[in-house]
Design a protein around this ligand. Structure first.
Ligand code: MTE
Length: 326
């Protein structure tokens, strides 16, 4: 049984909490749910809790899915100031300083290609149809740093199902907004002449895996522009560059698409980009990673195959040579 928390103060409190209070409250709620104390607070006795998020002036409920948990959380301040969003520059803090110009509302997404029901759909119409959840995923960048981030999003397969993929659809191509005043678009020399829009792709069965989500929020709040507002992909068993930001188009295709990084250097960045400690990047090892946590802590830890999600996704690659299909 799910009971919504309806009081408005709950929303503003949630939006205002620091990451510390946020994470300890998540822990307390989980414990109370396990103890069965939840019914008085609108918490499902099996551990699910429903909260609310404000996106472009609308309020949407989301459920905390405690099956996906990681600790400790990366502080909000770090996850939102140490970013890769090359449309805004090459330095990690560039997106934080410059992404305020991103126009995120109104926002719609075109879904086309090998689907029976192609559509252009407004973000708010998507959000009325899907089930929002919070999941804490481990996020591993190909540059060998990692974070634990509580995303709020929905399973991509829910959205794809509305479009009825045709039998010959085998891959999914994602496209980021290209806005004329993005610094990297206006002045390509500052970003090493990366060609925009930014593209990424997945195999259709990867896109339909339950771990693959489209995020609209993080840490209980709307997604900040620098993190890919208002809608970005999160594929937790793959290197972070697959998690394309600010998505405006999703196209189902028959042939494996060429993503931005493959186009730049396919010897360094393959299509699959599955996190794999045994397959080094040509210029550095992928055996370990630097976890970005509290304070100045840069805890080094071993990298796990499929970023720790092998149980859920290893079967997608049965019989494949992961060294060749990097
Ligand atoms: N999407 C777009 N459109 N442009 C980008 O430069 N960078 C990718 C990915 N998605 C990128 C993008 C890379 S390299 C990483 S590691 C992640 O976004 C970083 O996400 P974060 O800034 O939220 O940590």
């Amino acid at each position: 049984m799910l009971i919504k928390i309806k009081n408005n103060y709950e929303i503003s409190q949630n939006l205002a909490t620091s990451q510390d209070i946020y994470s300890s409250r998540r822990k307390i709620l989980k414990t109370m749910a396990v103890l069965g104390a939840g019914s008085v607070l609108g918490i499902d006795i099996l551990g699910a809790q429903t909260r609310q998020i404000e996106i472009h002036k609308n309020i949407y409920p989301y459920e905390i899915n405690s099956s996906y948990s990681q600790s400790p959380l990366t502080p909000y301040q770090k996850a939102t100031t140490y970013n890769n969003f090359y449309e805004f520059g090459m330095q990690k803090e560039d997106p934080y300083h410059r992404a305020h110009i991103l126009q995120t509302s109104p926002w719609s997404v075109i879904i086309d290609g090998e689907v029976q029901r192609p559509m252009k759909i407004a973000l708010e119409d998507i959000l009325k149809k899907v089930k929002l959840q919070e999941r804490i995923y481990h996020f591993r960048c190909v540059e060998a740093w990692s974070m634990n981030i509580p995303w709020i999003g929905f399973e991509l397969r829910e959205l794809l199902a509305f479009t009825k993929p045709k039998g010959n659809a085998r891959f999914v191509l994602f496209e980021t907004l290209k806005q004329a005043d993005m610094p990297g678009v206006k002045n390509p020399s500052i970003v090493g002449y990366i060609k925009f829009p930014y593209y990424e792709g997945l195999r259709l069965d990867e896109a339909q895996n339950s771990l693959t989500i489209l995020a609209v929020g993080m840490y209980g709040k709307i997604l900040p522009n620098q993190n890919g507002a208002p809608l970005r992909l999160v594929v937790p068993w793959k290197y972070g560059f697959k998690s394309v930001k600010s998505i405006v188009r999703i196209t189902l295709v028959e042939k494996m698409p060429v993503s931005t990084w493959m186009g730049l250097d396919s010897s360094e960045y393959g299509f699959y980009a599955n996190v794999n400690p045994h397959v080094a990047h040509p210029r550095w090892s992928q055996a370990n990673e630097r976890f970005i946590g509290e304070g100045f802590s840069f805890h080094r830890m071993p990298t796990k195959l499929f970023n720790g999600y092998a149980q859920e996704v290893a079967n997608l690659y049965t019989g494949m040579d992961l060294r060749k299909n990097y």
